[in-house]
Write a protein that binds this ligand. Sequence first.
Ligand code: HEC
Ligand code: HEC
Ligand code: HEC
Ligand code: HEC
Length: 131
Amino acid sequence: MMEKRNFMVYVMIVLLLSILAAITASSQEDVTTVQDSAFTDRMRYTVVFLHDDHNDKDEIEDCYVCHHLYEEGELVEDETSEEMECSECHELGNDKNPIPLVDTYHSMCKGCHLKNKAGPIMCSECHVKQK
Ligand code: HEC
Ligand code: HEC
Ligand code: HEC
Ligand code: HEC
């Protein structure tokens, strides 16, 4: 009887650990590129973006700076849309002309780099050829 209970406890622990592992695996620590699933035919090299390094180094503490949420046209501070891709809210355009979504990304990324006079603004500094 006792042995059976111990086995169940063991099973529960293993289950909990694998759930934890699954959660960490999909967290932002592993994000090293931006690859919005809305772009099916990419023309440029992959965008390198070492999520946590980038945000630590640049001292961007507020997640909502990028993962923003708006209510009635107003930015809601301290709430994030971190589980969503930008394309879930921002239009792609059409297949032949995905400019609106491209502009959205460029205006957020390059916009902040220009404002801070730091960070890449040349195509090849973000769209990096993979080895
Ligand atoms: C400088 C902009 C920026 C900031 C600041 C930022 N993120 Fe992100 N985050 C991104 C981008 C870009 C992606 C990649 C989206 C994609 O590939 O579609 C991302 C992805 C994610 C993901 C999704 C991981 C996945 O695999 O689906 C999570 C979770 C996340 N960020 C959480 C956070 C948290 C928590 C913070 C604050 C501590 C934060 N982010 C701050 C830009 C940012
Ligand atoms: C939950 C929906 C949602 C998500 C997810 C989202 N946005 Fe937005 N975004 C909005 C709304 C709403 C506005 C305000 C639009 C307007 O001006 O009326 C906006 C505005 C913007 C603007 C113009 C204003 C500004 O803040 O500079 C840019 C650029 C932008 N988003 C880029 C992005 C990028 C890049 C991502 C992904 C990291 C993203 N957005 C994710 C809803 C979203
Ligand atoms: C809120 C401001 C801000 C936003 C938004 C932002 N960046 Fe940056 N980024 C910076 C700053 C500041 C630097 C310069 C850091 C340094 O040189 O110390 C930087 C540097 C970089 C670098 C150089 C290497 C590194 O990690 O420091 C890359 C690549 C980069 N950014 C990509 C992106 C991409 C891609 C996006 C959009 C998804 C983005 N950034 C959005 C502020 C921002
Ligand atoms: C600050 C970083 C940054 C710079 C600089 C930059 N881009 Fe991007 N670009 C992005 C991000 C982030 C995306 C979204 C990537 C994704 O989801 O695959 C993107 C997407 C694109 C796309 C749509 C996806 C594809 O590969 O077809 C094109 C086209 C593009 N950029 C062209 C350019 C060109 C041309 C330049 C130079 C004039 C440039 N970009 C400069 C960050 C940057």
